[in-house]
Design a protein around this ligand. Structure first.
Ligand SMILES: N[C@@H](CCC(=O)N[C@@H](CS)C(=O)NCC(=O)O)C(=O)O
Length: 242
């Protein structure tokens, strides 16, 4: 049986897994999980991932949660090209360092800007107060400054000349606020050039295909969320952006 990937492509960690699998011709069956419909809370999905989050993976009887663990599993099982997770001790450590750091920084702050700028107006009918939005953007800006100074420096990619899992994971996270109209690359020429290189490394078709749902997310939501679901989401989003 082919490996199964449980994903909602609106989610950044899901897109990282999806892009990585597609780019490396890893055979898999896509099992869509619609977060806005709450499908991650269902009993069937709970059997795959008790944590009730996407992405999740099932390979035969083996199940795995957490995007970075899944990405690393795929590099090992499918012996993907070295540059993704270099065998060089120091380059690999640099990838590990970014993958450890991002969980509590770029991942959270980029998603919060997406929620604050994109989802709050949709679910509440008015924008978040400007000072609150500025706070969320300020958190992300702090991370970007560090990403540039510590992880990217003057290199084309985090580990040097080639793209790695660190670039892929950072890239999908930064597309989240971008989809809500916040261009985190504006005024940051180094990061804008890096973004172009990562997009090219992924390939334009795969980039577009993997981000199609994110870029049309707001209009799809406005049409499809039932009133009771809308109320529930409103509370959830407000709590999240605080
Ligand atoms: N650290 C986890 C985060 C997973 C996560 O938070 N996924 C979100 C989507 S981005 C989710 O499934 N949320 C559903 C929920 O919280 O109910 C990873 O990197 O895989």
């Amino acid at each position: 049986m082919a490996l199964q990937l449980y994903l909602d492509l609106v989610s950044p960690p899901c897109r990282a897994v999806y892009i990585f699998a597609q780019k490396n011709n890893i055979p898999f069956e896509l099992k869509p999980v619609d977060l806005m419909q709450g499908q991650q809370m269902g009993e069937d999905f709970g059997k795959v991932n008790l944590l009730q989050k996407v992405p999740a993976m099932k390979d035969g009887d083996f199940t795995l949660a957490e995007s970075t663990a899944i990405l690393l599993y795929l590099t090992r099982k499918f012996k993907t090209p070295d540059h993704w997770y270099p065998s060089d001790l120091h380059k690999r450590a640099r990838v590990d360092e970014y993958l450890s750091w991002q969980h509590t920084t770029v991942r959270v702050h980029a998603s919060k800007v997406y929620a604050a700028k994109g989802l709050v107006p949709l679910f509440l009918g008015h924008p978040l107060p400007p000072e609150k939005l500025d706070e969320r953007i300020g958190d992300l800006n702090g991370d970007l400054k560090l990403f540039e100074a510590k992880f990217l420096q003057d290199r084309p990619f985090v580990t040097g000349k080639e793209v790695s899992l660190a670039d892929l994971v950072a890239f999908v996270d930064l597309m989240q606020p971008f989809a809500a109209g916040h261009d985190a690359f504006e005024g940051r020429p180094k990061m804008a050039a890096w973004r172009g290189r990562v997009e090219k490394a992924i390939g334009e078709d795969l980039f577009q295909e993997s981000h199609k749902q994110l870029f049309s997310h707001k209009s799809r939501l406005a049409d499809h969320i039932p009133p009771e679901g809308k109320e529930q989401m409103k509370q959830h989003i407000l709590k999240y952006v605080e």
